[in-house]
Design a protein around this ligand. Sequence first.
Ligand code: PEP
Ligand code: MG
Length: 921
Amino acid sequence: MAKRFVYFFGGGRAEGEGTMKEVLGGKGAGLAEMANLGIPVPAGFTISTEMCTVYYQNRGKFPAELRTAVDKAMARVEKIMGMRFGDPANPLLVSCRSGARRSMPGMMETVLNIGLTSKTIPGLIAKTGNPRFVYDAYRRLIQMYSDVVMEKAAGVEPAEGMGIRAQLEREMQKLKAAKGCKQDTDLTEDDLKALVGTYKAKIQEVLGKPFPDEPQEQLWGGIRAVFQSWMGKRACSYRRIEGIPDDWGTAVNVQAMVFGNMGDTSATGVAFTRNPATGDNHFYGEWLPNAQGEDVVAGIRTPNPLNEATRPAGTEHLPSLERAMPATYRELHAIRNKLERHYRDMQDIEFTIQEGRLWMLQTRVGKRNGPSAVRMAVDMLKEKLITAEQAVLRVTPGQLDELLHPILDPAAEAQAKAIAKGLPAGPGGACGQVVFTASSAVEWAKQGKKVILVREETNPEDVEGMRAAEAILTARGGMTSHAALVARGWGKCCIVGAGAIHVDPHARQLAVDSTVVREGDWLSLNGTKGAVYLGRLPMVVGSEENPYFVAFMKTCDKVRRLGVRANADTPADAAKARQFGAQGIGLFRTEHMFYGKGAEEPLFKLRKMIHSKTVAERRKALEELFPHIKADIKATLAAMDGLPVTIRLLDPPLHEFVPSREDERARLAQSLNITMAELAARADALRETNPMMGHRGVRLGITYPEISETWLRGIFEAAAELIKEGKKALPEIMIPVTCDVSELKHQAELTKQVHDAVAAKYGMKKIPHLYGTMIEIPRAALRAGEIAAATEFFSFGTNDLTQMTYGFSRDDIGSFVPDLIEKKLLPADPFQMLDQAGVGELMKLGIERGRATRPNLKIGICGEHGGEPSSVKFCHKVGMNYVSCSPFRVPIARLAAAQAVAEEGAAKPKKAGKKVVEGDK
Ligand code: PEP
Ligand code: MG
């Protein structure tokens, strides 16, 4: 059988269904599913996404069988709608809309009112008795068609402001000014008739072609334009940002027109089954009476609220649909409930009311920001619409990350006075310098500046600038405008329709009454409230007080099996890690006590130690250093009371600590009682050509056992004292940069000696601890079988393991890795996203060999990858016990670990009361 490219829907049934997004695109699949559910949908048909691919393969030619299939489908539409396409007496008009697998709001093209020609106009006038409406529909067709089909799809690239749509728009403004009209709706039938004539002449003049007066030509022009728009500039930009492959293609939906602009009993609107900005479980939307859908989503008009319960402050003067058309609203509300129950997710819907009759034009899973994604997942789980496994898949790591980002400090905000208020289209806080064009936003952001993009109205053409900006602020537009939708999808703070703001992009300034804000000035936005402030307000992280965040993380913990720890080097970081839900510390880099605030004294003593020449000299310096080491370790163990702490012995090459400042060198020489020349000679001796592969890690502890001894004594004494104080200290001693079991045996011997001595000193039989190693050199992974015999745990140091597997110096990748990525020779930076194929293979091998020797070997990861979602999922898959990452990434890792379980279909019901398995206990 020949491949099907056209799928009909309407009259209570459809040839496709909701699961066929890949073929029908999101919009087509939604229309088919609604038709199958018995929801009123104007009849139509979907030309599949596969045809888009064929179209591009055939260099813009349609196969003959498509024409036949379209004719047949059109005949079915005509039958159901009781009208005929191109019939002068009873004309059917259609729309042509795009629809990719994943929604790309406003990024592709739509043409409405196709089929209006000099022959069908009289018929439609006779039928509707409304010539004004017909000419309004006609001028809209001409405007859209000339822009989308005759200019964009034809590859015409006009100069800024000289596009045909803008030129026609200017003609309309001229006419309105001449007639003294304020609104488009003030134009009369005769005005519109004259305007249509002007439009046609302008099109001939600018594009050198007449506007087509033949329905079939219009139809195929529309279909072609939608396919062409898949490769349009903004669609390509959006796909690149969103990672949508070019070869997916778009479908084309050809659908009978229904009109929201047929008078006062007609209307159009866009709604969400729940509030997409906050997640609140209330039907939320916007509508306009006597209008077409484009009027709501184009961002040019600020629409009316859908109902009373969700009416934003400041809209008291606007009528809600609930009040204006109560019966239709009730019908719409019932459809809302039906769709939510059916899809078990928030839907983004479009509807039109034609002379009191409700029609649904779209349903798709609604885009949302982080806070609302979390809230909806929690609420829907509670409502039993979804399972815990489904709930954790409802929030992407990026969305969760939004909750960990700062909001305006409420205390500072209470003191500040808002200069303007708008609709809270994308919550959260943002501060930035004002720019007025998308291109400045991109440029400034490239220079590392934080910018707020201020525009008169939201416009999908600004997609690159919106992406680059911290936040978006507009004077006009509604919550459901395409640009607000896109911003929200990216978790951007966004305020739209702040009517008090007068934007002047040419003068690069905005004004609110007498206050003027120029390009580069700072603004602060509260996107949750819709408030705009002058200057730079301080920010704070708000996730901890968010009860939905807390509940969501609990759900993640119930689902996941992988433990999550944090990399933390200070008691403050340890406390932060605990707060974020870390189940222990997976890496305590003890050398970090020599950096930063309060580190001057220990650093000085460490320097003394490394510049020592004899063992006696070194031991003396280590004795001085010891109290610092012990105190530091003790404070962190105390902060993690009851949870394991992996403490790493000294790792970095010693020369890193050689002082460069003259006064520091002088103090050191004096303290060591040596000359400056002697100090310089000793420092020189520490220099290495390739320190990353030099005298570091376990090699230090072998050359200078007294260094390891001091660290081990610090660990055991700190633990013993805490235990005596009634605390639960669980130190795990970790040896870095190992490549052979012999090194581990050597250090194990020292560990035992120090342990026994400290235990005796404190009158204890045993100080609980584990002994383990990092696996961060390929050889260690290969020899894991032997290494496991001498260790109780492994922790993969994937920073060094990546460095040594690739042979890429981790400190020097800046000069070549971006180039490799750009040339598509590397899929991603392997230091950020674990290279599962190479480094991951070594890890699998290490785990297999290690566990073959010691089945209960505890295994974790402490490289940067421990907080990167795809790498966390890999760690789950290969059977690790835990991942360890920086404290702020702990929630992300908890989510990714839960998603790993949900994705592998481990949605089997768990035993009641089963707690999170702390994989590393
Ligand atoms: C590693 O190499 O992955 C690691 C955690 O150690 P460091 O980054 O301190 O070398
Ligand atoms: Mg390392």
